[in-house]
Design a protein around this ligand. Structure first.
Ligand code: BTN
Length: 267
């Protein structure tokens, strides 16, 4: 007897495009059955002049990449793997703020799918103590200006808890596992809409316009955290994010402003 079919979580590229047109979104969508990494595709397209809000979405990634050189588990039929070209008018020094803005967009999209979440600085999305989504931003810049940022988003949508590899089972979750009925078309449409809205707010007022919302969603605020950046490790209580997008860490010897790093929350 053959095994019962595994149910998949739908992605309908035409329906997604139709919904985005109905919202007057600028997004365009390229859908692929599989690709090494949607970020790589988007970067190649950006280098060839593709326009802002060009999205590349794949059913499956063969070499999905995470932050800090990690792998992003990317099986077919379950989750959203999506990368978008954005072209903010900023200097390279401000690029990290766009990674924080992208986190807010993902958090809003998750909320539109009915699930409460928090942002683990800089841009992981967590729900009930487990990671639900991650973002990998890659920058193409001239010395004085950003040419493009690839915002690569992985959202666990339909994965059942038992489908995660054993080493991720205690630390990863999905929209379905949290109780959402949203399929990948819903999630992608919400994400593309939210990213355009957040970037319009950023263009109008810089990161300061997003800071309060980011701080309200910040998982680390008030927590004892250890932060590794480069060769350095600092620990202290997280005070929040400042108007420039730096994490403020009260070490007991003063407040450090940190632009990027890997964080562990201490008990
Ligand atoms: C992280 O939390 O480490 C970031 C994960 C980012 C994964 C997404 S999936 C779509 C895009 N393509 C990739 O290869 N990575 C990003």
């Amino acid at each position: 007897m053959s095994a019962p079919p595994v149910s998949t979580c739908a992605f309908d590229a035409q329906a997604a495009t139709d919904r985005l047109r109905a919202k007057n979104a600028r997004a365009t969508l390229t859908w692929l059955a599989e690709t090494p990494s949607t970020n790589t595709l988007a970067m190649e397209a950006a280098e060839n002049g593709a326009s802002e809000f060009s999205w590349f979405v794949a059913d499956k990634q063969l070499a999905g990449r995470g932050r800090l050189g990690r792998t992003w588990v990317s099986p077919a039929g379950r989750n959203l793997y999506a990368s978008c070209i954005v072209r903010p008018r900023v200097t390279p020094a401000l690029a990290p703020q766009l990674a924080l803005a992208a986190a807010l967009a993902v958090q809003r999209a998750v909320s539109m799918c009915g699930i409460a979440s928090q942002i683990k600085w800089p841009n992981d999305i967590w729900s009930h103590g487990k990671k639900l989504a991650g973002i990998l931003c890659e920058v193409k810049a001239e010395p004085d200006r950003v040419d493009a940022i690839i915002v690569g988003v992985g959202i666990n949508v339909g994965m059942a808890a038992a489908e995660f590899p054993p080493e991720l089972r205690d630390v990863a979750t999905s929209l379905a596992a949290e109780g959402s009925q949203a399929d990948r078309t819903d999630v992608f449409t919400a994400l593309a809409t939210a990213l355009e809205a957040v970037l319009a707010e950023y263009a109008g007022g810089g990161f300061a316009a997003l800071r309060d919302e980011y701080n309200a969603a910040c998982l680390l605020r008030g927590k004892h955290a250890e932060i590794i950046f480069g060769e350095q490790t600092l620990s202290g209580i997280v005070a929040g994010i400042d108007a420039d997008g730096f994490l403020l860490l009260n070490t007991g010897h003063g407040v450090e402003r940190i632009v990027a790093g890997d964080v562990t929350v201490k008990k």
